[in-house]
Every structure is written in structure tokens, then in C-alpha cells.
Design a protein around this ligand. Sequence first.
Ligand SMILES: [Zn+2]
Length: 275
Amino acid sequence: MELLARGRLQKMPVVHQTPVAYTLKVGDAALDANTLLGKPIKLVFENEIRCSNCQRLTKKSFNQGYCYPCFQKLASCDKCIMSPELCHYDQGTCREPSWGDAHCMQPHVVYLANSTGLKVGITRGTQVPTRWIDQGAIQALPIASVSTRKLSGMLENKLREWVADRTNWRKMLKHEVEEIDLLAERDKLFGEINSYLSELKSQFPDEQIEWLVSGELFNFSYPHLAWPEKAKTYNLDKTPEIEDTLMAIKGQYLIFEQACLNIRKYGAYEVSLYA
Ligand SMILES: [Zn+2]
């Protein structure tokens, strides 16, 4: 095997085409991951983790790539990112108001997606359709458009009364998923959510809150030779050297013959890649 790249592992950029095109980023190298399908690969963790924000060495990675001080300081690591309805920007307590301006006080969509069954979620308008690919969804449909992250979180929270907001990642990796009629699900939900939408609009008359009656339906297929029978995962902390054949790529996972590697989880890990 020959060394292809050495450097920090990063989240894989994706392009929405059929199938999805993945780039594997290792340091400055950007490799066409789809062309690695069917090939034996060796990935070695070089026992060094560098914070994705400040570059300092850290023993442990927090929130998928940060040192502990950055984890405590960055707005992107605050708990309101996981629970947008807790957004506290209005109270003047945002950890980084300029980051909040660029990421939270921006148009968001509420969507239905199908990774392993019907789920509801939110994303910033500019993250469409990347967000769904990162989750390994096979279908997605924007159902509402609102002017801030907080509003999308409030709407999502309400929709959770009828729809799950979680993905079963084991099923996602095994590709155990059936197509769903998302348009019909959307229309069914509108009957349930209609009065809450009116409430929200009167509570926030200056904000944009729009139910999308004709949102664009997205479909995704992922590069694969075969799907795994068991959803086992590699842990680079325990197994710093992986040698395996790449069989598929889905979400942010490299799916090998023996087990799967969540690239996102190991963002900031220094690795060497051989093929
Ligand atoms: Zn840091």
C-alpha cells in the first residue's frame, strides 16, 4: 500500500448527484472517496488530536473536534445548538453574537426526512441538501420556511408530538429503509399544526413563518457495493489502525467490510491514509 495522505481528518464534503459524491479530506488532501470503493484501505490514527478551532493539541475531542476551552467558548458548541428553541440571542447572552448573526438569525427550513423512517428536523437554508446527506436520508422534503433558527426549533418541537426526531443509526448503516410518501405526510401534519402556526404568526408578526405547500422533494442514493449485515463501528481510540475494504459511503460514515467509521466523530484526529 502507498501513503495517500497524512493530516487531520475532516468532515466529508458532499455533492448531491447520483450517487452522492464524497470527498475524503485528510489534512490538505482532498480525495475522491467514491473511487476508493472496493479497495483495501489502511487508516492509522497517529495519536494526535488538534482542535479544529485553535489548533492546540488536546487529549480528548469534544463535540466532534474541539479542545475543552473551545467547547466551552464557541457558540456552535452551546446547548441551544442542539435545542434551538432555547436560543438566548434575544437576551444578549449569545456566546458569539456575530456567529449567531451568521448562523442562527438566518432563514431556516423545517423538513421531513426519511433515514430509517419518518422524522422531522431543521436546518439553515444554505445547508440544503447537505444536511440530509450527512444524516444518510434517502428522501427529504422542506415543509416550512422561517426567518430564524429559534422559530424553526419551536415549530420542530411542536411537530415532535406527531413525528420522531431521531434516526436509528444502526438501521441507517444497514440501509434498512422503505420509501415514504412525504408529500402525504406533510399534508396530514398541516391539519395538526395549522392552529399552532397561526399562534406563532400572531406571536411573531414581524418574522417570516411560512408553511411550504409545494416544497421540492429530494431523493438520495449512496455509493455502495454492499450494505453491512451488522452495524459495527470502529473506535479509533481503541483501534488506532484499521485495515479493511471500503464497501459503501453513507451519511458521514465510511462503511467497510468488517465495520463502519464515523468520520465526523474523528474530525481533528491526525491520521495517515494508505491504499
Ligand atoms: Zn481549541
